[in-house]
Design a protein around this ligand. Sequence first.
Ligand code: DGP
Length: 113
Amino acid sequence: MSDCIFCKIAAGEIPSNKVYEDETVLAFYDLNPMAKVHVLIIPKEHIANVAEIDASNSAVVAHIFEVIAKIAKDLGLDEGYRVVSNCKEFAGQSVYHLHFHLLGGEQLSMNMC
Ligand code: DGP
């Protein structure tokens, strides 16, 4: 999508601090980290959010979770981490391109909402 900031990051039109990249997935550090380690993992194809996942695009979502496990290992998040995806307004989604927050590197709050 031409006006989507994460599509532009995926296309290399906007720079990002990359952690991982392959043909279908990109991971990069969040601009406003909420934990010592805060990485965003996105599909390169535009999917608005979790509500838009269906049989036509779920393979990349499964792949994203494999990538998350690899990144967590590579970054040494052996003591644990959290994976979050905000979906729509009530959850505070600010960028409407599917992304998973990988948070770790310290003890995280138990507050889930
Ligand atoms: P959410 O609120 O769940 O939609 O999270 C969007 C996240 O994206 C937020 O934590 C800040 C991050 N973000 C927004 N714009 C940029 C950007 O241009 N670069 C990077 N690295 N992160 C961004």
